[in-house]
Design a protein around this ligand. Structure first.
Ligand code: SAH
Ligand code: DHB
Ligand code: MG
Length: 225
């Protein structure tokens, strides 16, 4: 197993700050301050990863983006900033308090007109979106309850076209993904995700480990083919 507890930081946090100071530009930090004031957990993507998601959306020339797991809308703002003025981002959030804070944050960031926040369990919202044929989306970012990640990726495929990019956060979890004896539903869900994606011929995928202010974690990146 991986010795997480004794893992030192050989400079990951300092390097993340160096990256942010040089390359990130206009970080929507006001959203993070509002989240903290409203008591939301500090589990947003990092500034460097928010900018990465923004660049992914621009690489896809995304016009329609789907996000699962809004929290206070920090990643939402980064993604929405990549959209053209006639673009749209649908983001799914189970917690009405999170959704209220997110609404204020996306409005304050000047992207509110592009963002549709839907409150409720994401699986139900996704089923309705599939039934209503609301696809295809150009980019899907999955970052909610990890136990449902297989269902979220299946729904993302149902709402995709060939070339849609699917990005999943938190798939490494400080190496816990290797623990085949874990009874943590987040770890079990992540391992089931790897198996489902490996067995899915419609996806070509990889996972990229990350370190920095959010410790050791990583993203899965998949392309619908
Ligand atoms: N993407 C955000 C962070 C999301 S944190 C960012 O980087 O800024 C995960 C969010 O998923 C939380 O707000 C949590 O309330 C929400 N969530 C958890 N279970 C959910 C479910 N079943 N359906 C929809 N949202 C869910
Ligand atoms: C958790 C969830 C996240 O989306 C994240 O980026 C970090 C932590 C969590 O549920 O602990
Ligand atoms: Mg996350």
């Amino acid at each position: 197993m991986v010795d997480r507890m004794n893992a030192p930081d050989p400079g990951w946090v300092a390097v993340d700050h160096y990256v942010a100071d040089h390359l990130i530009g206009d970080d929507p930090a006001a959203a993070l301050a509002a989240n903290e004031a409203a008591g939301l957990p500090d589990i947003d993507v990092s500034p460097a990863h928010g900018k990465m998601l923004h660049l992914f959306a621009r690489m896809c020339a995304a016009r329609r983006i789907l996000e699962v797991g809004t929290l206070g809308g920090y990643s939402t703002i980064w993604l929405a900033r990549a959209l053209p003025e006639d673009g749209a981002l649908v983001t799914l959030e189970i917690d009405p308090h999170h959704a209220r804070v997110a609404r204020q944050n996306v409005d304050h960031a000047g992207v509110g007109h592009l963002v549709d926040i839907r409150i409720g369990p994401a699986r139900e919202a996704l089923d309705a979106m599939v039934a209503n044929e609301e696809g295809p989306f150009d980019l899907v970012f999955i970052d909610a309850d990890k136990a449902n990640n297989v269902a979220y990726v299946r729904a993302a495929i149902a709402l995709s076209r060939p070339g849609t990019a699917i990005v999943v956060d938190n798939v490494i979890r400080e190496g816990l993904v290797l623990d085949d004896a874990s009874d943590d539903e987040r770890v079990v869900g992540t391992r089931l995700l790897f198996e489902a994606v490996a067995a899915e011929p419609r996806l070509s995928a990889t996972a990229v480990q990350t370190v920095g202010v959010k410790k050791w974690d990583g993203f899965m990146i998949a392309l619908v083919q």
